[in-house]
Design a binder for this molecule. Structure first.
Ligand code: HEM
Length: 119
């Protein structure tokens, strides 16, 4: 059977490293960092790594309902969502994830735009 992306790129430890690099970049952004002012980043990296792992064919994690509840109060707009997608794309590319795998992951994330954007 074909290996999942999750297996091919090295499982949870590898995904965690990529996600950690993603949040370093998010916190460098003047428009995105204020959203995370009160967030425990270690916990955040762990949660986001679980979510991204599930998109890559690893174990299931967050339902759309949970994602909606986690973002509702943040009043995220389309521009900030787009910036997150751009930073995520760049982080995956820099980590050596293939263009076709990046586009699969980003397509999945983009399909959740309407549950995350609320402004
Ligand atoms: C691009 C698609 C996105 C995905 C897949 C995603 C995924 C997640 C996940 C899995 C969590 C953890 C949920 C929990 O702990 O219950 C989370 C929390 C959070 N997300 Fe997102 N997110 C996305 C976009 C965004 C955007 C665009 C922003 C802001 C610019 C944002 C800001 C946050 C913040 C601040 C939290 C933490 C809330 C807290 O402190 O409890 N997210 N996100």
């Amino acid at each position: 059977m074909a290996q999942s992306m999750f297996e091919r790129y090295g499982g949870f430890a590898a995904v965690s490293r990529i996600v950690s690099s993603f949040y370093d970049r998010v916190l460098d952004s003047d428009s995105l960092s204020p959203y995370f002012a009160d967030t425990d980043m270690r916990r955040q990296i762990d949660h986001q790594s679980k979510f991204i792992s599930s998109l890559m064919g690893g174990p299931a994690s967050y339902s759309n309902d949970q994602l909606q509840r986690s973002h509702e109060r943040l009043k995220i707009n389309d521009a900030d969502f787009n910036e997150v997608i751009a930073v995520l794309t760049e982080t995956f590319e820099d980590a050596g994830v293939s263009a076709s795998d990046v586009s699969t992951i980003i397509r999945d994330i983009n399909s959740r735009r309407s549950i995350i954007v609320s402004k």
